[in-house]
Design a binder for this molecule. Structure first.
Ligand code: DAK
Length: 258
């Protein structure tokens, strides 16, 4: 396996994963997906990492699953081997994931972005689910997550016509939360990830992610119940005591993550 399809490093409690197949716009081959899932799982298990950052390069976050990998598969081998089940491992990452996106975020690239928790986009970013143009539909959650992010009208437009959104359109639609100048997207995303990783309680971050994502799976009353339980859990942490004490003493909090 080519070991450089993803590059991982850590800085200021931020685990950084770069997608690195620039010649094919970071198209996600089976091997690369496996490497990505492993890298994310390793960072999730590393106590020194509080927040994860994923980025591609200035031309592409990712142009999606590698079409050449998928082209020859038939239904029986898909069923028996389920080569893309590796995608299921990414939403199981419990630490917050910040995505820094420039250029193409298409198909599986857009779906990967939607599996992240905060998206910082360069003005050059382009988001689309163009699978319909190659005779398939989104397969890594796009039909489900996109509608929750942008609503039916825009989701149907993108999925049925292959329409690609500009960064500003994605911001207006609610797909991303920040759009910045092209030369600043990575720095802005890193600053955000660093602020979260060094100034906020790592356990509260994980619990907050879990609570928000519950809203995708359950109705309002069950979601509210879940939020209450998770809130109560946090009141048992040292970080909760430290956070409130630091506020009252007008000083910065120092979180232990427990
Ligand atoms: N796969 C493989 N190669 C790709 C690629 C991709 N998705 N996107 C680009 N490339 C390659 C091109 O083949 C070309 O390679 P060479 O010919 O140089 O060897 C190189 O990258 C440069 O591409 P272009 O020559 O096309 O460059 P342009 O600037 O003209 O166009 C583009 C850039 C990104 C607009 C264009 O390449 C493009 O439309 N790419 C395809 C985008 C796309 O259709 N993405 C969706 C792929 S399907 C599932 C889970 C997930 C999925 C499915 C199932 N299950 C769990 C069941 C996901 C499916 C997908 O993502």
């Amino acid at each position: 396996m080519d070991r450089d399809m993803t590059v991982t490093r850590c800085e200021d409690h931020v685990g950084i994963v770069q997608l690195n197949r620039p010649k094919v716009y970071n198209a996600l081959s089976f091997d690369m997906l496996d490497e990505l899932a492993r890298a994310l799982e390793a960072l999730d298990a590393d106590d020194s990492v509080h927040v994860i950052l994923i980025h591609g390069d200035d031309r592409a976050f990712s142009a999606g699953a590698d079409i050449k990998d998928m082209a020859d598969s038939d239904a029986v081998s898909w069923y028996l081997n389920d080569p893309l089940s590796v995608w299921d491992r990414i939403p199981r990452i419990r630490k917050p994931i910040v995505a820094a996106i420039a250029g193409h975020a298409l198909g599986g690239g857009c779906e990967l972005a939607m599996m992240c928790d905060v998206i910082v986009a360069s003005k050059t970013a382009r988001f689309g689910q163009p699978e319909i143009k190659i005779g398939i539909i989104p397969g890594a959650g796009g039909t489900q997550r996109l509608i929750r992010a942008v609503g039916k009208a825009v989701a149907m437009d993108m999925i049925l016509s292959g329409r690609v959104l500009t960064a500003d359109e994605a911001l207006a639609a609610g797909l991303v939360s920040r759009v910045v100048e092209p030369d600043r997207y990575l720095e802005e995303a890193m600053n955000l990830a660093r602020e979260m990783a060094t100034k906020l309680s790592p356990i509260a971050l994980r619990v907050a992610k879990e609570a928000v994502l519950k809203a995708h799976d359950v109705g309002l009353s069950e979601g509210l119940r879940e939020e209450r339980v998770l809130f109560h859990l946090l009141t048992a942490t040292e970080d909760h005591t430290e956070g409130m004490k630091a506020f009252i003493e007008k000083r910065e909090a120092h979180y232990a993550g427990k």
